[in-house]
Ligand binder design. Structure first.
Ligand code: GAL
Length: 669
């Protein structure tokens, strides 16, 4: 191993100009940066060390570098130079201590302009030197970006980086102190008359137990009926739950009806009895974000009860137990039961089903799970059978523990155990949604073949805007994999009271109200599975508003599941997807292109101001006129020609449906 020594000079040596010679000084990055001011996806940047658990030197391709800063991508460090700096030099490289060959890129940005950028880098790529002129630059940002393979927090090294300046290199915060804004509810209340919210299509397998509820808002009691059900299925008129077994493959157009004392509603849905289930993204609750490993039977029952009362009428269905349910040992016949917190998993599954909901569980292809509980390695068929007995409808199968047994990190290697579990699930005669876990690059390229209905594309989410955008804003790279029954999973929702998975206490989401509207809107445009992660028993009206807007949910549940697209604009990002009726769901998101607040002195005004954002219809393929509807407020905004502009709050969104006028409408007929 080679060791590169650097001289720890703190005084000026490298003057080019005789005039300023006496003032010039060298400022080393590892001395200048301030960890608390930096924003990176996980943990803190490290001086003169790689960003790993146990202290380890900055090492790239076997060479140890004495000076520099080790960071996790995405990472941002901002400095005020006061136009007095001359240049910055150094090198960049992916640290040898990277569990994956994740791709990332380094950028040096001066006053919002990219001054230098590295090629795409990964573990093993040669270091890249830079020498960047900073004359006239007021603020400089050292940025490490992801490059779209879904592997996040790569270990990225800034090596031997030094500024040469006639002034100071002042570290400044990348992110402002958030200005508190009151929560505000946009979703109009549902009417008392019945309104059915089932998706337009539903998939189930022939010969397996069938369960689908008619989900309708409106005053109770309500009477339900379903017309055109295939043989073998019947509806319970008082609960609206359709059960039975349908043996005949085919597409059945079924008219769902809900009636109460004030009126009735009906809706046509197509039951597709065939090979695919989850023909629209699963919607439900998962215990992880809120409770982490502290989940127990009572908390899951609370969640089920609240979901049944408040959310199921809008389409919410799954109650998923994440990690932490497993007994410490398998019994002598190899079965794995619940631990003391889960005395009777079968009864729990039964309770969830008794409410017309579905039941989900968590395991890993490895010997252990991420939370160090027992995984399914070597016991796949036994576990699949056990879960079928408990009535499991959804499996989140998380990669983590498999790292202990896998021979390498090739896609085929990581895909293999998922195929084993898919085969095991297929033998137990239940419709089980299969979520392939996170852990290998480009999971969207291979998870479909492994039998995944959905797959985690990212690191774990937390309730930080930095993380929500790091995850959400790169989903365009995998968007083409989206199709009915196949979904990228950018991880669960971070609204409501949550957090035991990553902090000691359950607290209100740290996202501002505007950020929460953006989060839900983006996830719906992405056709993401919607899994609530909050304390359901303590859900407040604001959070309910976020989760019960039927027009917003309809975007997520649109049967086309068309891939989302991203368009960058000066002050944000426009995301859109096509809907089955020929219209488009469009989100105009206010997001700084570098995810940085450049001017801390003006931070309060910047956060309180609205931003003009413009959608040119031609950018999304619409020529001429279109009707625009505000989805959150459920209000028509009018007919617009060529484009639409909106005022968007800081980190907020304008979420609209854009419907091109037909030729006849455009001609005024
Ligand atoms: C993580 C996973 C989380 C949660 C956790 C349980 O790897 O991404 O969502 O399931 O494991 O230990």
């Amino acid at each position: 191993m080679k060791i590169v020594k650097t001289l720890g000079l703190s005084a000026a040596l490298l003057s080019a100009s005789a005039l300023s010679w006496a003032q010039q000084k060298t400022v080393w990055l590892d001395e200048a940066y301030r960890a608390a001011y930096c924003v990176q996806d996980w943990g803190m940047p490290q001086p003169n060390q790689a960003v790993v658990w146990t202290p380890s030197p900055l090492t790239v391709n076997g060479t140890v570098y004495e000076r520099g800063v080790g960071v996790h991508s995405i990472s941002r460090m901002l400095f005020s130079l006061d136009k007095k700096a001359l240049y910055v030099t150094g090198m960049v490289g992916a640290d040898d201590n990277n569990p994956f060959a994740g791709k990332h890129r380094y950028k040096i940005v001066g006053d919002r302009k990219v001054l230098w950028q590295s090629p795409v880098m990964w573990k093993g790529a040669p270091v890249q030197p830079f020498h960047v002129d900073l004359t006239g630059v007021d603020k400089v940002l050292l940025l490490v970006e992801e490059c779209g393979d879904g592997i996040m927090y790569d270990h990225a090294d800034w090596l031997n980086v030094k500024f040469v300046t006639n002034g100071e290199v002042e570290p400044i915060p990348v992110w402002p102190e958030p200005v508190k804004k009151e929560k505000y509810i946009l979703t109009p209340p549902a009417p008392d008359t019945p309104r059915i919210n089932n998706p337009l299509v539903y998939g189930a397998r022939p010969g397996n137990p069938f369960q689908m509820a008619v989900m309708a808002t409106g005053r109770r009691p309500m009477v339900f009926s379903a017309h055109g059900l295939p043989e073998g299925l019947e509806i319970d008129a008082s609960t609206g739950v359709i059960t039975g077994v349908c043996h005949e493959r085919g597409e059945y157009s079924v008219r769902l009806v809900a009636e109460n004392e004030l009126g009735r509603d009906e809706k046509e849905t197509v039951l597709k009895i065939g090979d695919k289930i989850a023909l629209t993204p699963p919607m439900g609750w998962n215990s992880w974000n809120c409770w982490g490993l502290d989940v127990d039977d009572a908390k899951v029952r609370d969640a089920a009860r609240t979901m049944h009362e408040k959310l199921q009428p809008y389409g919410w269905t799954y109650i998923n137990v994440d990690d932490g349910w497993q007994a410490a040992e398998r019994s002598s016949d190899g079965t794995l039961g619940g631990n003391a917190k889960f005395p009777d998993m079968k009864a729990l599954g039964g309770y969830v089903h008794s409410l017309g909901l579905k039941f989900g569980i968590y395991s890993s292809p490895g010997p252990t799970t991420c939370g160090s509980f027992l995984g399914s390695y070597g016991h796949e068929e036994t576990d699949a059978r056990t879960w079928a007995e408990w009535g499991v409808d959804y499996l989140k199968y998380d990669h983590c523990g498999y790292m202990d047994v896998q021979e390498d990190t090739r896609e085929e290697t990581i895909q293999a155990p998922y195929i084993v579990m898919r085969d095991a699930l297929d033998k137990v005669g239940r419709d089980v949604v299969f979520c392939v876990g996170y852990g290998a690059p480009n999971v969207w390229n291979w998870a479909k073949e492994a039998g995944g209905d959905l797959w985690r594309t990212t690191r774990d989410i937390t309730d930080e805007w930095n993380v929500v955008t790091a995850i959400g804003c790169f989903q365009d790279v995998c968007a083409q994999a989206t199709a009915p029954g196949y979904y990228n999973d950018p991880d669960m929702l971070v609204v409501g009271r949550l957090g035991k998975a990553w902090r000691p206490q359950v607290m209100e989401s740290a996202l501002t109200p505007d950020e929460q509207y953006s989060h839900i809107s983006l996830w719906c445009i992405l056709s993401a599975p919607l899994l609530i992660g909050c304390d359901m028993a303590a859900i407040d009206d604001f959070t309910l508003g976020l989760l019960t807007n039927n027009e917003v949910i309809a975007v997520d549940q649109d049967p086309l599941s068309a891939p989302a697209h991203k368009v960058l604009t000066d002050n944000g990002q426009i995301w859109y997807k096509k809907l089955h009726d020929g219209s488009y769901a469009v989100g105009l998101f206010q997001i700084d292109p570098y995810f940085v607040l450049w001017d801390q002195d003006d931070a309060v005004r910047i956060q309180q101001q609205d931003y003009d954002m413009q959608l040119l219809f031609s950018r999304i393929g619409i020529e001429g006129k279109a009707r625009v509807r505000d989805l959150w407020r459920q209000k028509d905004l009018g007919v617009f020609s060529g484009g639409f502009s909106a005022k968007v709050p800081w980190h907020g969104v304008s979420f609209i449906k854009v419907t091109p006028l037909t030729d006849a409408e455009a001609a005024g007929k």
